[in-house]
Design a protein around this ligand. Structure first.
Ligand code: DPP
Ligand code: ZN
Length: 862
């Protein structure tokens, strides 16, 4: 497959002001007639033919200006038609088989309904079209189909007509939709099925009433309330915080059980994975509730950051994704509380994006080349992209940043823009000089900042040194502007004299702070103001101090993490003397005890502070990691803490159990610390923890409590584990999303037989490779299970490679997502690394690999 390069961009020679699509719908056969009004693009060099992208399509008829055309050819799946200069009408008929579409790209059948997914390049599986984001067209869609199978017919925009008469067959009906906003084909959507809606209305800031509908299967209707509330909150928030008003009379959301991604922002007709719509306390966890709120907001916010202003080409993907992630993060901070949300976002960044950025798949926020764009829907594009824009906001302040985004929306409304356009608008609107800052878009790799604080006389001297590591294709890097919020604490009073924002824009800088008779305690990168790795030799005392006293919640969490990471990295490195091990554990135990006891903390924050750093994050600190040793040391520490703090943890569990019912913030916090307490106790006193977990399971009034208890039991051996797993399955077997949890809990458990469990689950009647949620629930959970995936025998690696090979022909996009865990081999100890590499080679040798998997495997072996 060819490599596509950003520098090769040229505009499309034709414009397509109008597109009319006519669908005769059937599950096994759908006929599509596409009529395109085309005219030469004055901004491009003229062409004598038009290339319409196709993927697996055959033209049944080709007409130009109402006449059958002969002057056309097929080229690599595309339809190339000769055209004389001037405006034309091009009409092409094709037929597709939605039921056979297991890739879930284009038009496909899910549970009897028909739906679409077009981003990034799925539209070319439906109709021949210039399927690229810089070709914007006004779409009119007429669809007809059997009324009994498809009583509901939806597309983008507004429904303009419908009827029962005139269908190709009796008992058919039809509907016509018109979307007044020109859009690229990746935002096209169509849904036909037996659906019911939760309806509501929203009055916009200018007083227009918008009809809201969330379409689901009838039995799911009771679980749509939270999604609807989230939608209304998102609409209001985007008006208040970004000044963005909704622009159609209807906003439809459809929930689909078979979906590759989380959700899709098609204009006026968002299509969602059921996972991000359906919730009630009995079947969804607090995390699921937050996920729904965040994803509903994200897709809604795309209406401006993505749809009204779209991307010129797919290299600009972060233009809409990074910005929209930032927008949904700020929204969730406002809904849920800033501190906890920020900690969660940073944890995700460091556990997914950092490993990506330090491995063979590292790429800049604005990539330079790709073979398959689906592989670039990455944590770098999304999460690092959001961090990069967040830094601009930090440097400008929220008010000036808003001036920048206002300018961006105003200047580029209706256009296909670039990351450069965005930066320029922020630069001018917010009055910032972002010349050097643009490096954040072009340089891959997580910058490292070495921090040293010296003290002499009355002066504290801070030295900062940055370096950006080499990444594939980018051996040498330049220093970037790194905004660091910092404060110097007086050890005695436990206070500081105010926070400063320092922008480190050179390789090295030294700052002096006068008037400190004693050496202060440094709190740096507060609020995680820059997505960098801070390296410093902070003393255990300083970290304990910050964990207890820092007034920045993130910095407090960070101090806890640093304290534990420092200890574990030393333990798995050269090993610790008994005395050092005891001292390290005592410090961590003391800090954790203080967290458990601190009356000033709410439980949500307490739960964050109690969390041990993840295995991936610890591995990231090491050039070459031994997963077995890290796992053993981490578990040993957990066990020691569970043992040493047993009384406190049991008391915490008991106290929290008294107030963990309902959906209040307090109850949610209580649920969080309950399960945290059980996690430590399970490592320290498994018998007692098993009893407590079984009791928590039985008394549970929410999925959060029930799943938390079952998660703990899954890691233990014994009869309670079996009993509760059986009970859970029987209780929820008809609910696919909860059955997913049942698979995941077993696949991610630290149980010694996890590999055997996963093998057995792959043969379970409920397991299928056809449903991405189900595949991920078993195998993504397994690939993230440090102890089972990294089994010394290499069996875990083999299982993931076998999965990739089996899934690739069915769903290439999803299969390729399983390559990165194997691609980490260079950072793993040689014994395991050889086995991981061998599995990648085995995949690479397979015949007929998809472009998706081929690209990821090649880069990973690279
Ligand atoms: N649906 C995906 C998202 O919203 C891709 N646009 O991020
Ligand atoms: Zn998005």
């Amino acid at each position: 497959p060819p490599v596509i390069r950003r520098e090769d961009y040229t505009p499309f020679p034709w414009r397509v002001p109008q597109t009319r699509l006519e669908f005769a719908l059937g599950v096994d056969s759908t006929r599509v007639v596409g009529t395109l009004a085309v005219e030469p693009n004055p901004d491009a060099s003229p062409a004598e033919e038009i290339r319409l992208a196709g993927d697996g399509l055959e033209p049944l008829s080709v007409e130009v200006d109402g006449q059958g055309a002969n002057d056309w050819r097929m080229d690599d799946g595309d339809l190339v038609i000769a055209l004389t200069p001037g405006s034309h009408e091009v009409r092409v008929t094709t037929e597709i088989d939605p039921a056979a579409n297991s890739q879930l790209m284009g038009l496909y059948a899910s549970n009897g309904m028909l739906c679409t997914q077009c981003e990034a390049e799925g539209f070319r599986r439906i109709a021949f079209f210039p399927d690229r984001p810089d070709v914007l067209s006004t779409f009119t869609v007429r669809m007809e189909g059997p009324k009994d199978l498809f009583p509901v017919l939806l597309s983008n925009g507004n429904k303009v007509a419908e009827g029962d008469e005139g269908g190709v067959k009796e008992a058919w009906h039809w509907a016509e939709w018109h979307d007044p906003w020109p859009k690229p084909s990746y935002l096209f959507a169509l849904v036909a099925g037996d659906l019911v809606a939760r309806k509501d209305t929203f009055v916009t800031m200018s007083g227009r009433e918008v009809e809201l509908a969330i379409w689901v299967r009838a039995e799911d209707l009771p679980r749509t309330e939270h999604a609807m509330e989230s939608l209304k909150k998102s609409m209001k928030w985007d008006e208040e915080v970004f000044g963005r008003e909704y622009d159609l009379d209807v906003f439809n959301i459809v929930a689909v059980g078979d979906f590759n991604m989380g959700a899709m922002e098609n204009k006026g007709l968002n299509v969602f994975n059921t996972k991000y719509v359906l919730a009630d306390p009995e079947t969804a966890t607090d995390g699921d509730y937050d996920g729904i709120e965040g994803v509903i907001a994200h897709e809604y916010f795309h209406n401006w950051s993505g749809n009204r202003v779209t991307c010129r080409d797919w290299f600009q993907l972060s233009l809409k994704e990074g910005f929209t992630v930032l927008r949904d993060q700020l929204f969730s901070q406002d809904m849920q509380g800033e501190a906890v949300k920020r900690i969660e976002d940073v944890r995700l960044l460091r556990s997914v994006q950092f490993p990506e950025d330090s491995g063979p798949l590292a790429h800049p926020v604005r990539p330079d080349s790709f073979r398959e764009i689906s592989n670039f829907y990455t944590s770098t594009i999304y999460n690092k992209g959001a961090e990069v824009i967040r830094m601009m906001r930090t440097m400008a302040g929220p008010e000036r940043f808003r001036k920048g985004t206002d300018l961006y929306f105003q200047r580029h409304d209706g256009e296909a823009a670039t990351c450069e356009d965005f930066v320029t608008a922020i630069e001018q609107g917010a009055d910032l000089d972002l010349t050097q800052f643009r490096l954040w878009y072009s340089q891959a790799g997580t910058p490292k900042v070495e921090v040293d604080l010296a003290h002499e006389g009355e002066t504290a001297t801070l030295t900062l040194r940055q370096s950006v590591p080499p990444t594939p294709g980018q051996p040498d890097k330049k220093p970037m502007p790194i905004p660091l919020r910092l404060a110097l604490f007086d050890r005695k009073s436990g206070t500081h004299r105010g926070e400063e924002l320092v922008v480190l824009d050179r390789a090295e800088a030294t700052l002096s702070f006068a008037g400190y008779a004693e050496k202060p305690v440094l709190s740096i990168n507060r609020g995680y103001s820059a997505p960098v790795a801070i390296e410093r030799e902070a003393s255990v005392d300083d970290l304990v101090f910050l964990a207890a006293h820092d007034d920045d919640a993130f910095a407090r969490y960070e101090a806890m993490q640093e304290l534990i990471v420092g200890h574990l990295v030393a333990a798995v490195g050269d090993g610790l003397s008994d005395a050092d091990r005891d001292a390290g554990r005592a410090a961590i135990g003391g800090a954790l005890r203080a967290v458990v006891a601190d009356p000033a903390l709410d439980d949500q924050m307490r739960g964050e502070l109690m969390m041990l750093p993840s295995q991936t994050y610890i591995s990231e600190q090491l050039l070459v990691a031994d997963p077995g040793r890290i796992h053993a040391e981490r578990e040993a520490l957990k066990g020691w803490l569970g043992n040493t703090l047993e009384a406190e943890l049991v008391a915490l569990h008991e106290r929290a159990s008294g107030r963990s019912d309902g959906m209040s913030a307090e109850a949610r916090g209580a649920r969080k610390v309950k399960t945290q307490a059980l996690v430590f106790l399970a490592a320290g006193n498994p018998e007692r923890a098993a009893q407590m977990a079984a009791a928590q399971y039985d008394a549970a009034t929410t999925m959060t409590d029930r799943q938390g208890a079952l998660m703990v039991l899954c890691g233990l051996s014994g009869v309670e584990r079996t009993n509760k797993l059986i009970d859970f399955y029987n209780r929820y077997r008809s609910n696919a999303l909860v059955v997913d949890k049942w698979f995941s809990l077993q696949a991610s458990a630290l149980h010694p037989q996890a590999i055997e469990h996963v093998k057995a689950l792959a043969d379970h009647p409920d397991f299928t490779l056809k449903n991405p949620n189900r595949v991920r629930s078993l195998y993504m959970a397994f690939a993230g299970n440090p102890h089972a995936f990294h089994a010394e025998s290499g069996e875990g690696y083999r299982m993931i490679a076998d999965l990739i090979l089996a899934l690739d022909p069915i769903n290439a996009q999803t299969a390729a997502r399983f390559v990165p865990p194997l691609g980490r081999w260079r950072r793993i100890e040689p014994g395991r690394a050889g086995k991981m590499r061998a599995e990648l080679e085995r995949i690479a040798e397979a015949k007929g690999l998809s472009r998706d998997t081929f690209e990821q495997v090649t880069r990973s072996l690279g």
